[in-house]
Design a protein around this ligand. Structure first.
Ligand SMILES: [Zn+2]
Length: 135
């Protein structure tokens, strides 16, 4: 085998490897597609039995306990969502309180900015809105 034949053989072998890799990738993708289909159908089967359980049917053996686990998880999600809402409400209330503090009790006590007309709390030296020195 001369040099060119050798190089030709090497190139062919590299090409074969590349084709093989592409072929493997395609097959793996096809396998994954089928696995996804299986999972979707497993879920559908689960939902079918869970709906029956929710309708009051007594499931046998393990299915009953799987359904109870689902209920427990669903209940836990509701509790966690309530916790989230509580934290959000507290944050909102704190924000509202802070916003209220910034507004003077009454217009008569406040210092009106000559530049922009913003009402500033008594004792403030500079306008909270535009920064102008207050008199
Ligand atoms: Zn101002």
């Amino acid at each position: 085998m001369d040099l060119f034949e050798k190089l030709g053989e090497m190139a062919k072998s590299v090409g074969d490897k590349a084709n093989e890799t592409i072929e493997l990738g395609k097959l793996n993708a096809k396998i994954n597609d089928e696995k996804l289909k299986m999972n979707v159908n497993f879920q559908k089967i689960g939902k079918y039995y869970y709906d029956r359980y929710k309708a009051g049917e007594r499931m046998d053996g393990n299915v009953q306990s799987y359904c109870e686990d689902l209920d427990a998880a669903s209940k836990k999600i509701d509790e966690l969502k309530k916790e989230l809402d509580n934290i959000k409400n507290k944050t909102d209330a704190a924000k509202a309180a802070r916003a209220a503090e910034d507004i003077p009790e009454s217009a008569s006590e406040s210092i009106v900015c000559e530049n922009c007309g913003h009402l500033n709390k008594p004792g403030t030296n500079f306008c909270g809105n535009c920064g102008t020195k207050l008199k």
